[in-house]
Write a protein that binds this ligand. Sequence first.
Ligand code: THU
Length: 143
Amino acid sequence: MNDTFDRPALIAAARAAMAGAHAPYSGFHVGAALAFADGTVITGSNFENASYGLSLCAETVAAARASHEGHRAGLIAVAIAGGTRGVPGAPVAPCGRCRQVLYELAALGGTDPLVIATGADETFAMRLSALLPLAFGPANLAG
Ligand code: THU
């Protein structure tokens, strides 16, 4: 499987996706960009709710969008960007729930995507398996 992707372009897509955030409560705008082995890039941004706890993170929105659009295999990389009013600060890594959501999508194609947490001055890149070791997934429910 092709596991190469344009890293600067994926980070740029995540940054651009921040513009789609609906974040009137936290003021924290997040963009995520998912790269697939076939070259497809799917983006998402956070979608907050007046009932705060129902808010959806950018990574979850991107994952649901990818599934809806038929991209369920070959997730090779995820880039995330975020900051107050869209101005990057500390690197943004996926929250615990999003790690699990991303794992579900990755597991459908048997990949271990590189997760790129970008910030103003620093960027961290780690495999999803390092961010979510011993993940619970579809294999646990099989058979
Ligand atoms: N958020 C994300 O969209 N992704 C993350 O990885 C961390 C947090 C959102 C949730 C909420 O809308 C805002 O950032 C502040 O927590």
